[in-house]
Design a protein around this ligand. Structure first.
Ligand code: GDP
Ligand code: IMO
Ligand code: MG
Length: 422
């Protein structure tokens, strides 16, 4: 039987998915991204060198793995080509033979990027998107106006798409006329990418159904940014949850064999939207400084706060995580007191223990904390749970109990071997 693992972010993104994806997929035959686009920034270290992946999945454990982008992904062709070129220069030219893009994925065009920027710049309550054109591309997918990757690669089909869009929108027609060079460059990138296009979903389904191969499915963003279950409208435009992997590829979801959730030992968020356990004081600033919390895609400073067990219980219920990979515990060394949000107080003073994804409620929720004593020791070299300072052990056990999760590994540094086994 095939092994099908899914890894997703359990918070608001940037939990350190890249590091774990690279580590846990080391003997996988295929590593595939199943949603999102180059809004993601996944940091990994290969032979001590830092790499930030935006579209290519983080599977560099062996040289034979296929690196796939499935139908649920949105692709920026020019940026993808740049990324693959960089990887082939820095890692190995063989990479170009391993990348495979679903011909059913949708293409982010200059128009979509233009719309994303325009709506962010003109909005009174901007989402704080990455301005990579993600939302408008998914919007056109559901409006049935999207440009599929196989259409983009074929001059005849893409011309038909341009004509369809011109008829659908005068604004598009004017934008197209005004930016002829941009479009030319955009279509030019297709010459590099034809070799990558393939029927990714059929290949993966065959492997899942009729082989005993290992398939590793990498999510982007996080559960709380999911378009259905996240803190709407401050979300991304795709299904970031584990079940989204089965939708994006099209297979029996019961064939998923392991679901990993990645979280930080505290919590961060980039962009707008409510954040009940955000710490706007000195401690929050310290978390950001020590944790070097700057976006891997946009460089924006991430908002920081305390581990939120209410949100984690919600994420656990939605995804059914078999285990949690808890990163950045090393950043908490030296804090005198640590806090975990265990409930929220609503506007009427009532204590609630369930996460509300209704933005209008969540905005007024005040996090209620349980406090824990911190530890001074540097934990960067610890390998086993029993070797952690006692107070760190208590903190981890509290996270497990308060959120009803099982922590399998704890991250104590940015490299893929920097972890504590529980
Ligand atoms: P992703 O988008 O979920 O892949 O996460 P990002 O790459 O955007 O952000 C995670 C950041 O934390 C990166 O800079 C990682 O190198 C770093 N990181 C991951 N795990 C750990 C950890 O356990 N300790 C420390 N100190 N840094 C970590
Ligand atoms: P990774 O995969 C953190 C956030 C944006 C914004 C919202 C919508 O690295 O964890 P979008 O451009 O997707 O329309 O923006 O989602 N966002 C992320 N936050 N990590 C990410 O990816 C993100 N991708 C999008 O900041 O709030
Ligand atoms: Mg990131």
């Amino acid at each position: 039987m095939a092994e099908v693992s899914v890894l997703v972010g359990a918070q608001w993104g940037d939990e350190g998915k890249g590091k774990w994806s690279d580590h846990l997929s080391r003997d996988a035959n295929v590593v595939a991204r199943f949603q999102g686009g180059n809004n993601a920034g996944h940091t990994i270290y290969v032979d001590g060198e830092k790499l930030v992946l935006h579209q290519v999945p983080c599977g560099f454990g062996n040289n034979d793995q296929i690196l796939a982008l499935t139908a649920g992904v949105v692709v920026n062709p020019g940026e993808l080509w740049k990324e693959v070129s960089l990887l082939s220069e820095r890692l190995s030219p063989e990479i170009t033979k391993r990348v495979m893009v679903s011909w059913n994925s949708f293409v982010i065009t200059p128009w979509h990027i233009h719309l994303d920027k325009k709506s962010e710049e003109s909005s009174l309550n901007p989402i704080g998107t990455t301005k990579r054109g993600i939302g408008p591309t998914y919007q056109d997918r559901v409006s049935r106006l999207g440009l599929k990757f196989y259409e983009y690669l074929n001059p005849k089909y893409r011309e038909a798409w341009v004509n369809k869009m011109r008829r659908a929108s005068d604004e598009f027609a004017a934008y197209f006329e005004r930016n002829k060079e941009v479009w030319e460059e955009f279509f030019c990138a297709s010459s590099h990418l034809s070799a990558f296009a393939g029927n990714v979903e059929t290949l993966l389904r065959e492997m899942i159904l009729r082989t005993n191969k290992k398939i590793f499915l990498e999510g982007a963003q996080g559960v709380l940014l999911d378009v259905n279950h996240g803190t709407y409208p401050y979300v991304t435009s795709s299904s970031t949850i584990a079940a989204g992997a089965a939708c994006s590829i099209g297979f029996d979801p019961r064939l998923i064999t392991k679901i990993y959730g990645v979280a930080k030992a505290y919590i961060t968020r980039v962009g707008g939207g409510s954040f009940p356990s955000e710490d706007l004081g000195e401690e929050g600033k310290l978390l950001g400084d020590k944790g070097q919390e700057y976006g891997a895609t946009t460089g924006r400073r991430r908002r920081c706060g305390w581990f939120d067990a209410v949100a984690m219980r919600y994420a656990q219920d939605i995804n059914g995580f078999d285990s949690i990979l808890l990163n950045k515990l090393d950043i908490l060394s030296g804090f005198k007191t640590l806090k975990i949000a265990t409930a929220y107080k609503d506007q009427s003073g009532k204590i609630v223990k369930e996460f509300s994804n209704r933005f209008h409620d969540l905005t007024f929720m005040e996090a209620q904390y349980e406090e824990f004593e911190g530890w001074e020791e540097n934990i960067s070299n610890v390998k086993r749970f029993a070797e952690l300072p006692e107070k760190a052990q208590t903190y981890i056990k509290a996270i497990e109990e308060l959120s009803s999760v099982r922590v399998e590994y704890i991250g104590n540094g940015p490299n893929k071997n920097d972890f504590v086994t529980c």
